[in-house]
Design a protein around this ligand. Structure first.
Ligand code: PEP
Ligand code: MG
Length: 601
């Protein structure tokens, strides 16, 4: 069987982060590699054998560079595991047996290497000796890497993109996404994932086009394939034709021209045509997002996801380290407001951190892998169980509040006791800081996120213990509709346009306003221009959105009349089905866009 010619393949997935991009692929290998079997003519056997030598050399170089990185980041002890990997590569028995197999069977070297290495691994696995068992893990790791090189996945040097490439993976965890070299990350295409998985939210905030839920794209893509990502329509084209490259080039050109118009006016306020100011803040992950936020014209930060501070460290950060991270953001954005959300570990943000590698980063015996982490010990629940960790963060946030305008908010509040307990710990922290002579804003305002239906129905009760609300629609939708937000096979059931979701948002806003408290929306729904219009009509006081979309949303608001959006929302609230709601919103948005484009053509 000859190897495939490069043909164009189009795969449809979920549009996760807008934009069109194309470039060579970078395969982030995570699952079993598919190994082809084909015959080698007698005259080509020695060339086939030399492919093994070539792959061994390549693998040796990769292991060496990983060793250098690990030694630098984690020290010699951790790096020495890669010496054992080099020894596996030097193992003459394994490599000689592979060469023999090629010569005897006349089959390709990948097939023969798989056969031989599997026998090797089986034999070692059956020896009842702990040391040998540990070596089996090394053999697996090295043989996988070597196989990757034989198959042409030569990019496999963990998280190290050395050129501009499109990353293809079965799935990406937030920490894997964070570890990819930003300057070289052109786009993302994954088998799994959804619009609200945290790696996708990160891609969107970086302005990197992404398509997820592609089911088996990682099976189709080879290392030298060119990939075109259409993040608007959720399409990936493997080895696109000249015609498609031209067509998509046009789309991107037009899109960028409109973006320029949005950006030129990004510092004008988001004031509706009938005179209402809508506050547009940004969702950020750390100091690296602040310059862009300023350029984009955001009114500060409506959601500072602090998990990044934890995910980028090798152990739980100290109070001092956290204080530094928060202080930098607050000072850099002063006098803009920064709303810092306390730790929301759990869900898709827990696996990589605790159970990610051969050694979990935090070997806390109280932390167990859960079968249903989104419903488990997540966010405020985790913090109230681990008050030592929580109080370190609260003190760090309080200390940062001495450097600018800061509010804090708690994620995943499900009832009154959690809000009260969190506030009690906050008061304890204030007391401790006073004793130790630290400066902080003693009147710091506290918000409760509304992400769980139970919290949505007791806004009147919660309002006695907080100063504002922030609706996290990503989770609210997941918990209201019982649809796992990162499960691509049920992504079609994850509907922001469900009447129950729209009514609940309206009720939260009304109940909060009755008590005189403002409501912000910080879930991804606010970053979608179609839904942003609805949220304004429902009475949201603020939207906190992906930084890359701030100029567009502000521009759109300047073209709207608030009175019209209220009428639109009233109509939507009477509707019975999701399609009708979506079509009405999309038509409204489309009409507005047509008017905008007419004025510019
Ligand atoms: C949300 O749930 O809408 C939210 C903003 O929080 P996260 O996406 O970090 O869970
Ligand atoms: Mg949430």
């Amino acid at each position: 069987m000859a190897k495939d010619e490069k043909k164009e393949i189009t795969i449809k997935g979920i549009a996760a982060s807008p934009g069109v991009v194309h470039g060579p692929s970078f395969t982030f290998l995570q699952k079993e590699l598919e190994v082809p079997t084909y015959e080698i003519p007698e005259k080509d056997l020695s060339r086939e054998v030399s492919r093994l030598d070539q792959a061994i050399m390549e693998t040796r170089k990769q292991i060496h560079s990983i060793r250098v990185i690990i030694a630098e980041k984690l020290g010699e002890d951790e790096a020495s595991i890669f010496d054992a990997h080099q020894l596996v590569l030097e193992d003459a028995a394994l490599m000689d047996a592979t060469v023999r197999e090629v010569k005897v069977t006349n089959l390709n070297v990948e097939h023969c290497f798989k056969e031989v290495s599997n026998k090797y691994i089986d034999a070692f696995s059956n020896i009842n000796d702990e040391y040998i068992k540990e070596r089996v893990a090394d053999i697996r790791d090295v043989t996988r890497r070597l196989m990757g090189n034989l198959l042409g996945h030569s990019d496999l040097v963990e998280g190290k993109l050395t050129q501009k490439k499109v990353v293809v993976a079965e799935d990406l965890s937030p920490s894997e996404t964070a570890s990819l070299e930003k300057g070289h990350l052109l786009g993302i295409a994954t088998d799994k994932g959804s619009r609200t998985s945290h790696s996708v939210i990160m891609a969107r905030s970086l302005g990197i086009p992404a398509v997820v839920g592609l089911h088996n794209i990682s099976d189709f893509v080879h290392a030298d394939d060119i990939l075109l990502i259409d993040g608007y329509n959720g399409i990936v084209i493997i080895n696109p034709s000249e015609q498609n490259l031209f067509l998509y080039g046009q789309i991107e050109y037009e899109r960028q021209s409109i973006q320029k118009i949005y950006k030129n006016e990004s510092n004008s306020p988001a004031k509706t045509r009938d005179g209402y100011n809508i506050t547009i803040r940004a969702n950020i992950e750390g100091i690296e997002d602040t310059e862009w936020l300023k350029e984009s014209g955001g009114d500060g930060v409506g959601l500072f996801r602090t998990e990044g501070v934890y995910l980028s460290n090798n152990e739980f950060p100290s109070e001092e380290e956290q204080y530094e991270s928060y202080r930098k953001v607050v000072s850099s954005l002063n006098p803009r407001l920064v709303i810092i959300r306390t730790l929301d570990l759990g869900g898709d943000k827990v696996r990589a951190l605790f159970f990610g590698g051969e050694k979990s980063r935090f070997s806390n015996s109280d932390i167990h892998e859960e079968s249903n982490p989104f419903m488990g010990l997540r966010a405020i629940r985790f913090c109230l169980e681990h008050t030592d960790i929580f109080k370190k963060q609260l003190r760090a946030i309080l200390r940062a509040s001495a450097h600018g305008k800061v509010k804090l908010m708690y994620p995943m509040i499900s009832g009154l006791p959690e809000l009260r307990d969190a506030n009690r710990l906050l008061e304890e922290c204030k007391h401790e800081l006073k004793e130790s002579g630290h400066d902080f804003d003693s009147k710091i305002e506290v918000g409760s996120m509304i992400e769980i239906p139970s919290a949505a129905s007791i806004v009147d009760l919660l309002s006695k213990h907080c100063h504002f609300f922030s609706i996290g629609t990503n989770d609210l939708i997941q918990y209201m509709l019982a649809v796992d937000r990162v499960n691509d096979s049920i992504a079609h059931l994850y509907e922001p346009n469900h009447p129950a979701v729209v009514r609940t948002i309206k009720k939260v806003i009304n109940d909060a306003h009755d008590k005189g408290l403002p409501v912000s929306i910080c879930g991804e729904m606010a970053s979608d221009p179609i839904y942003a219009i609805l949220l304004i009509g429902l009475g949201a006081d603020e939207l906190s959105v992906t930084t890359s979309l701030i100029p567009e949303i502000k521009y759109l608001i300047r073209k709207l009349k608030k009175a019209d959006t209220i009428k639109l929302a009233d109509e939507i609230l009477k509707m019975e089905n999701t399609k009708e709601i979506y079509n009405t919103l999309r038509n409204y948005y489309q009409q507005l866009m047509n008017e905008i484009l007419e004025n510019y053509s």
